[in-house]
Design a protein around this ligand. Structure first.
Ligand code: PHB
Length: 536
């Protein structure tokens, strides 16, 4: 079926901006050149340039030369949907407990047109080649939840089209048609996927209903034929799955309506950005996207007035944006209420949720390195060592040769001291008690009391400066990177020759930029890690 033409009030730049975001979402690595974007969207190159400049200004994409990449702040749109439906927050902990109890992967999916869309994943993947993330969309007829949603009624007919994350349809182990599976699911109240997605993958799903009896999501237990056949999965695990979905239904019926809460700032930036970015800034695109951020905790659906109020947009502007977003499927209208749909997760969420912490950090380390002309790195604690996980190296020649994967003793490095200082005191003491504090240079602090005092100071001041202790002539200054809960998950540093500046100068000149870099990485991590788990 060809797409319907946009209604006359639709905002063209918003349609075109979303086309660019969708194109990037489908591209390998969420990345394309400006020329490719122009070709694949069919938009004029000058239009693509202006759209990309606008998206970059909002922070939703990053540009490097002619290359455009999706950026983590874009995930705030998918987060707005996930906060609004509340399913991950309310039911996610139940799914995690079920996954622990069964030692199998468990996922939660919602119906989305002719597909199922994951909103939570508790993953224990073993021999499967595919691992799905929050935001991934699978064809309903190849999954366990699909027939359940279809049996619940109201789903549009299945229309075959390209599915971004999937290999071609395998020869089905289950030869029944979708229609037959749907009728069976309607009778049974559960459904299986016997290797319809990929050979070896088996899934068993059961629905979760809200107080009105409507299926709001389905929970799947996912395993491998080396552990369970489809039949055996049902026999062994269905009782536990049904007990879990019953508990989830109780959780939904017990939960008080959430108080409206804003986790992310809304449209305040649009006017400022216009002033700064000038002629290349497509304000109607920025304003249109900001409408999606009006939704969130306690605000699954809003009236036009509420959207205008939340975004600070004039009513007429908000109305045209809502009409445009409804035309594209990101908003569903019911009477006077507009609701955000799971299709919003199509805007970059799944590829961005695959980024690891080093990948989130890399562009920020590159910016810092370009600004300071010193090498910038990120490391994590690995036993009593630090292990480099990301690095942007400057041109300047350094004595120490460091690459991603390099391990160095934590006690003699600035990043190590930041990481040790971030540990609970007993854990820090245990780690160091077992470590031989060898002098690596005449300056290495090897006295345990002195090292402990240093670590206390690092914890209090929030940075470590280490000169000539790992290697003569080498200085490193490091700060922590903390997650949403305030735990230190990594350290970032800048490394330089120690004779170039005094320690005081290093503190004055470099620490502010380093702290700014850590703050940017933390901001990305907060958005990316709100629902998805960001791997270290
Ligand atoms: C998954 O969570 O990976 C999953 C769920 C249901 C399926 C297939 C895969 O049918």
């Amino acid at each position: 079926m060809p797409p319907l033409p946009p209604p006359p009030e639709a905002v063209g730049p918003l349609i075109r901006g979303i086309a660019v975001l969708r194109e990037l979402t489908a591209a390998p690595g969420g990345r394309r050149s400006l020329g490719e974007l122009s070709r694949t969207t069919g938009l004029a190159r000058s239009t693509v340039d202006r759209i990309v400049a606008t998206l970059a200004r909002i922070g939703y994409v990053r540009t490097e030369g002619r290359t455009v990449t999706l950026a983590p702040p874009l995930m705030e749109l998918g987060n707005a949907y996930l906060l609004a439906v509340r399913l991950p927050d309310l039911l996610g902990p139940h799914a995690d407990r079920l996954a622990d109890a069964l030692d199998e992967s468990v996922s939660i999916a919602v119906p989305d047109r002719d597909g199922i869309r994951f909103v939570h994943q508790a993953t224990r993947r073993r021999s499967l080649s595919l691992s799905f993330r929050i935001g991934d969309l699978l064809p309903a007829d190849r999954t366990a939840p699909g027939p359940l949603f279809a049996a619940d009624g109201g789903r549009p007919a299945y229309e075959p089209h390209d599915w971004p994350v999937l290999p071609p349809r395998p020869a089905a182990a289950d030869p029944r048609s979708f229609q037959q599976r749907t009728e069976q699911a309607g009778r049974d109240g559960w459904s299986v996927d016997d290797q319809l997605i990929e050979p070896g993958l088996v899934a068993l799903a059961a629905p979760v209903r809200d107080v009105s009896g409507r299926q709001v999501c389905a929970v799947s237990v996912v395993s491998h034929t080396s552990r369970h056949s489809a039949e055996d999965l049902r026999a062994a695990l269905l009782p536990d799955l049904l007990a879990a979905t019953r508990e989830m239904e109780q959780e939904l019926s017990r939960s008080e309506p959430a108080a409206p809460k804003s986790e992310w700032a809304t449209a305040a930036w649009t006017t400022d950005a216009k002033q700064e970015a000038g002629a290349d800034f497509v304000e109607s695109l920025a304003r249109g996207l900001s409408v999606l951020t009006a939704f969130g905790t306690g605000r699954p659906s809003l009236t036009l007035s509420a959207v205008a109020q939340a975004t600070g947009l004039p009513r007429a502007t908000a109305r045209r944006a809502l009409i445009t977003l409804a035309h594209l499927g990101y908003i569903a209208q019911e009477g006077r209420e507009f609701g955000i749909t799971p299709q919003v997760l199509d805007l970059g969420f799944a590829p961005l949720s695959r980024l690891t912490l080093p990948q989130l950090a890399q562009p920020h380390l590159r910016d810092l390195c370009a600004q300071l002309h010193d090498s910038a790195s990120m490391a994590v604690l690995d036993g009593a060592d630090i292990r480099y996980t990301a690095r942007a190296a400057s041109e300047r020649i350094m004595a120490v040769r460091i690459t991603v994967g390099t391990r160095l003793p934590a006690y003699a490095t600035a990043m190590g001291r930041v990481l040790l200082a971030g540990l609970p005191v007993e854990q820090r003491a245990d780690l160091l008690a077992a470590e031989d504090l060898r002098p690596l240079t005449p300056h290495t602090v090897t006295d345990r009391a002195e090292l402990a005092a240093q670590l206390d100071r690092v914890a209090a001041e929030g940075y470590a400066l280490v000169s000539d202790e790992l290697e003569e002539g080498l200085r490193s200054i490091a700060v922590p990177v903390r997650d949403r809960e305030g735990r230190t998950v990594a350290a970032v540093n800048a490394a330089m020759h120690s004779h170039r500046h005094s320690p005081e100068q290093t503190r004055a000149d470099i620490l502010p930029a380093l702290r700014e870099t850590a703050a940017r990485i933390e901001a990305d991590l907060r958005i990316a890690g709100r629902f998805a788990s960001v791997q270290g």
